[in-house]
Design a protein around this ligand. Structure first.
Ligand code: ADP
Length: 441
């Protein structure tokens, strides 16, 4: 089921609003002008003046909003409209007298004056000042302009406030919509990543299950081949064919079996979900174990191993294997056929130093900047989760160590772990199994 996002509300455009109101204004204008003109029924000269002034006023208004607004700025259109209406009304008042119907035009005109261009108040003030001034100068009872001006001012303020409130709620809706769009985007990304992680987690569990299943038959295969080898070795005179088996085939088979057993045991050890306690461990042995696990991703390159005398280290060995597997897999994936991946360990002042160096693609400053951020990956969808280095960083710093990275695009990268001889005794991480699967990504 696909759902399209709701249509974005637009920011209030004053011109659009004025043009939207225009048909109603024109109708109102015709209605009021008709009433004003009709009141002079029988006084043909006044009626003609009223008709002429009102019609030209309305036509000028229509021309301004329909045609000239394309070439003139909003301010010019609004001020011109005010000037046209004002001169029509004042002219009619001076020629035909200040009738009540003429004054009803004042609150109506105040609606036009608003105009949403931010200068409405000034225009309304100028309009009322000139209209009332002209009426008072012609000797009109002051209560007449006062009453209609008051209604006009209130009409104006109410319209202004209403538009203001509408604009505020529109802004609010726009803001909420933007937040919603961002949250939807984030949710989609998180969903995709959770899906990837779930897939990897299942793969990890499957690998652990397969390792477990292989382990039992491998036990008796190992034992039987070993017995066969020993028995054949004990035979005093072996025929030529058996001699070849005893000297070449069986030792090679036993060597192969040893490797399979080592991988199976590494996988089972690596995939164990129980929280790991601090223990003394042989860092070089764990490094070799990590190499065996990551071997599948390193077959295309030359692997150079230089394990120095580092002595016993205290910490969480399975977590360190997890970090090394991740670094080795990344190095293998970044390196082309024939490239070199180096793994080395050595003692340093306060602890030990492990280096994973490759002659692969290297990283841009941008990638380096985001390297340890969870979910940052440059790999194809399904190839990487972007969790490996974030988890590795957490593990290493959690044990009181640090990771350093050097990289040059096109030349390669070097990840250096500085581990203390005795790691901090932070609580074991129960979510290790998931981390393992992400590291293996
Ligand atoms: P993932 O491997 O799932 O992408 P990581 O956190 O392990 O997640 O790595 C994040 C990113 O760092 C990778 O996508 C890659 O761009 C970059 N990276 C890590 N190691 C190397 C390396 N040895 N060479 C080049 N790029 C690397």
């Amino acid at each position: 089921m696909s759902s399209s996002p709701p249509k974005a509300p637009q920011v209030l455009d004053p011109e659009q609003v004025v043009r939207g109101l225009h048909p109603l204004m024109v109708k109102g204008s015709f209605l009021l002008s008709g009433a004003i003109t009709l009141q002079y029924l029988g006084q043909w000269r006044l009626m003609a003046w009223s008709f002429a002034l009102n019609t030209s006023r309305i036509l000028a208004n229509i021309l301004l909003s329909k045609l000239f607004h394309r070439w003139l700025s909003a301010h010019v259109v609004e001020w011109s409209r005010m000037a046209i209406n004002l001169s029509g009304l004042v002219g009619l008042g001076l020629i035909a007298g200040w009738s009540l119907l003429l004054w009803t035009y004042v609150p109506f005109a105040m609606l036009w004056l608003y105009g949403l261009d931010g200068r409405g108040r000034l225009r309304a003030f100028v309009f009322l000042a000139i209209m009332d001034g002209a009426a008072l100068l012609s000797g009109v009872d002051p209560f007449q302009p006062l009453s209609f001006s008051l209604i006009g001012v209130l009409t104006f303020l109410l319209t202004e406030k209403r538009a203001d409130l509408l604009q505020q709620s529109l802004d609010h809706i726009i803001q909420q919509r933007e937040q919603l769009t961002k949250t939807r985007g984030r949710l989609r990304v998180l969903h995709e990543r959770a899906f990837e992680q779930e897939k990897l987690s299942s793969l990890g569990m499957m690998a652990a299950g397969v390792a477990h299943e292989i382990n039992n038959p491998m036990a008796f295969v190992t034992s039987n081949v070993h017995s066969l080898f020993k028995d054949l070795q004990r035979q005093p005179i072996s025929p030529e064919l058996l001699k070849e088996y005893v000297e070449e085939v069986l030792p090679a088979t036993l060597d192969g079996i040893k490797r399979v057993n080592a991988i199976v045991s590494d996988l089972r050890y690596f995939a164990r979900g129980d929280p790991e306690v601090h223990a003394e461990y042989d860092l070089n042995a764990e490094a070799k174990s990590a190499l065996r696990i990551a071997q599948g991703q390193l077959n295309h390159c030359r692997v150079e191993v230089e394990l120095g005398e580092v002595g016993v280290v205290v910490g969480r060995p399975r977590q360190i294997v997890q970090v090394l597997v991740n670094l080795l897999v990344n190095a293998g994936q970044a390196t082309k056929i024939g490239g070199v991946v180096q793994l080395s360990t050595r003692r340093e002042d306060n602890g030990v130093r492990v280096e994973v160096r490759d002659t692969g693609t290297g990283m841009t400053p941008e990638t380096l900047h985001h390297l340890f951020q969870p979910f940052f990956t440059t790999k194809q969808p399904g190839m990487g989760t972007g969790l490996g280095l974030a988890v590795a960083h957490g593990i290493v710093t959690g044990q009181g160590g640090r990771i350093e990275v050097e990289s040059e695009p096109g030349k390669g990268s070097c990840f250096t772990l500085h581990l203390p001889r005795v790691a901090h005794h932070a609580p074991a991480n129960p979510g290790r199994f998931n981390e393992m699967t992400s590291a293996a990504a």
